[in-house]
Design a protein around this ligand. Structure first.
Ligand code: DQA
Length: 138
């Protein structure tokens, strides 16, 4: 099983940024723990703050991997282009969010990409990514 985790803008600042919302941990230590927890899964990770780079990555891996776990950050709520990229590939995508976007500002309630994804997991902290992994495995 080959899974790709893609993080969008500002998620390089996890552990530094708005800790009361996004927690104390950086993504790197969490990602290393994930690899230890699921040794049979081949994980790759990509983060970018740029919409075009995220789209290029989705195109590059979206016909080859078994699953993509995507936290598009604020692009979730703005990017028709990323939504179209997801619609154009064959690899299933799970949309994840660290925070519960539905308990936050109204402009975070709408996702352009959710309808093109297999499902959405939001509000479980970094465990949102782990739950997405589980859903691909089982
Ligand atoms: C986020 C939620 C988004 O609304 C926000 O813009 C982010 C992070 C989350 O993981 O909770 O950057 O995707």
């Amino acid at each position: 099983m080959k899974l790709y985790i893609i993080n969008g803008p500002n998620l390089n600042l996890l552990g530094i940024r708005e800790k009361t919302i996004y927690g104390e941990s950086g993504f790197e230590p969490f990602f290393n723990g994930l690899k230890e927890l699921y040794p049979s899964v081949q994980f790759e990770y990509f983060q970018s703050n740029s919409e075009g780079a995220l789209i290029d990555k989705i195109h590059a891996i979206g016909f080859e991997y078994d699953g993509i776990i995507l936290n598009a950050g604020a692009y979730t709520h703005t990017s028709l282009a990323i939504a179209d990229a997801i619609a154009g590939i064959t690899t299933p995508v799970i949309e994840v969010h660290i925070s519960n976007v539905h308990a936050r500002e109204p402009y975070r309630h709408h996702s352009y990409m959710a309808k093109n994804c297999r499902g959405v997991i939001s509000g479980f902290g970094l465990n949102s990514y782990r739950l997405a992994v589980e859903s691909f495995i089982y």
